[in-house]
Design a protein around this ligand. Structure first.
Ligand code: FES
Ligand code: FES
Length: 198
């Protein structure tokens, strides 16, 4: 009996917290920026970026992540939404050649050129890293593959070593739920070697 009443009092206090303290805290945080909550939420921003070599311009909500901007406003759905919390790497894009998590990047604050998986191939010719993933059959469902390929491309253009342990470490931010890791590893080493040989 005492356990049940303890639980209900815990639930009650949590509910009270969210109904009372939580709302008050949110109201306080928007006041801290000197504007009402509704205005904070709806502020539009003009964004102009170079995406896969082409200039794109849009008006967006300031809260829009680069991932949602790419998928929902541009239609570049090759960039995948996995966790949406910076934990899986599925949303990886290149910004000025560096791998970045687009789910953690605000589109409105973006500086630099963005490359997504749609921008890697040269017409009908696949990028060497795309070709390496095909040659090594380095995917099953393919959901993680665009992010894997972009991270691997950045690795190929760095001066990081290409031994297995170094590549595993460099690619550790890209998870594969199908556990295709052995083939991904082989593809990354092969693709990066090809790229470095020019
Ligand atoms: S969707 Fe961005 S890290 Fe998972
Ligand atoms: S191939 Fe399915 S998540 Fe990697």
């Amino acid at each position: 009996m005492s356990m049940a009443s303890d639980e209900s009092s815990t639930r009650l206090s949590r509910r009270q917290l969210f109904q009372g303290g939580g709302v008050a805290a949110l109201a306080g945080s928007t006041r801290a920026f000197g504007m009402p909550a509704a205005e904070t939420a709806r502020r539009p921003a003009h964004i102009e970026i170079i995406l896969n070599g082409e200039r794109v311009a849009r008006h967006i909500d300031t809260r829009t992540t680069l991932l949602d901007f790419l998928r929902e406003q541009i239609g570049a759905t090759g960039t995948k939404k996995g966790c949406d919390h910076g934990q899986c790497g599925a949303c990886t894009v290149l910004i000025d050649g560096r791998p970045m998590l687009s789910c953690l990047t605000l589109a409105a604050g973006l500086r630099g050129d963005v490359t997504t998986i749609e921008g890697l191939n040269d017409g009908d010719r696949l990028h060497p890293m795309q070709q390496a993933f095909i040659d090594h059959d380095a995917f099953q469902c393919g959901y993680c593959t665009p992010g894997q390929i972009l991270s691997a491309t950045a690795l190929a253009h760095s001066d990081a070593p290409l031994d297995e342990n170094s590549v595993r470490e460099a690619m550790s931010g890209n998870l594969c739920r199908c556990a295709a890791y052995p083939k991904i590893l082989a593809a990354v080493i092969d693709g990066a070697t090809t790229i470095r040989q020019g």
